[in-house]
Design a binder for this molecule. Structure first.
Ligand code: PGA
Length: 236
């Protein structure tokens, strides 16, 4: 929950001025209220996404924003199952999976977040947790839909804390996720991008992004400073 009309405009101008999208896709996911503003400012090469979507199609759900509404204002992606939604809004794996389905039905690519808490990691449950989170989504999608999603591995203990998973720790989880996709569909497994998120910054981006199964980053805090965000883009 960051930004304002004035701050977004300044940040976007700086990002657009330094943008190099020849080497990678660049996506911004502002708070929903600022989507129209960003849709108007952004060049075609800068992709637009939302931070969440309702699981409902339409109707009496005051305060909710549907995937169709997001598509209506030019959204191409939506994050579902961010750990903050899971923790503060009690979103369960099944609900997150249904949100992914709603997004796809409306032509929006869901970015499905998975990740373990520190306690789960210390108990040796990292793979069990992330695989269950992914499986819930896999259960609701056919192979071709599965190939369209993006996954973001975000260890909860690394988000906004300054603590980053080491490249090898992240790679190990990404490989487990890829393997799970592979068991279902080799084509989908090759297509799906698996992003790493959790205190990614200019100092660690290159090493993380160099790992075999890390296809990109989901950047929080560092995306609020244009120089840092651009440095991460350049690290790709
Ligand atoms: P961070 O946030 O980069 O600040 O850790 C990541 C996120 O919110 O997903």
């Amino acid at each position: 929950m960051n930004g304002s009309l004035a701050a977004n405009s300044m940040l976007l101008d700086e990002i657009i001025a330094g943008l190099n999208t020849q080497k990678c896709d660049v996506l911004i996911c502002p708070p929903v209220i600022y989507l129209p503003q960003c849709a108007e400012i952004r060049p075609a090469a800068l992709l637009l996404g939302a931070q969440d979507a309702s699981v409902h199609v339409s109707g009496a759900y005051t305060g909710e924003v549907s995937a169709a509404m997001l598509a209506d204002v030019g959204c191409q992606y939506v994050i579902v199952g961010h750990s903050e939604r899971r923790a503060y809004h009690h979103e369960q794996d099944e609900l997150v999976a249904q949100k992914a389905v709603q997004a796809l039905r409306n032509g929006i690519i869901p970015i499905v977040c998975v990740g373990e808490t520190l306690e789960q990691r210390e108990l040796g449950l990292t793979s069990v947790v992330v695989l269950a989170q992914l499986q819930a989504v896999m259960d609701l999608l056919d192979d071709s839909e599965l190939g369209q999603i993006v996954i973001a591995y975000e260890p909860v203990w690394a988000i906004g804390t300054g603590k980053t998973a080491t490249p090898q720790m992240a790679q190990d989880v990404h490989a487990v996720l890829r393997q799970q996709l592979m068991q279902r569909s080799e084509i989908a497994a090759r297509k799906v991008q698996i992003l790493y998120g959790g205190s990614m910054k200019p100092e660690n981006a290159k090493e993380l992004l160099a790992m075999d199964d890390i296809d990109g980053g989901l950047i929080g805090g560092a995306a609020l400073k244009s120089a840092d965000f651009l440095a991460i883009i350049n690290a790709v």
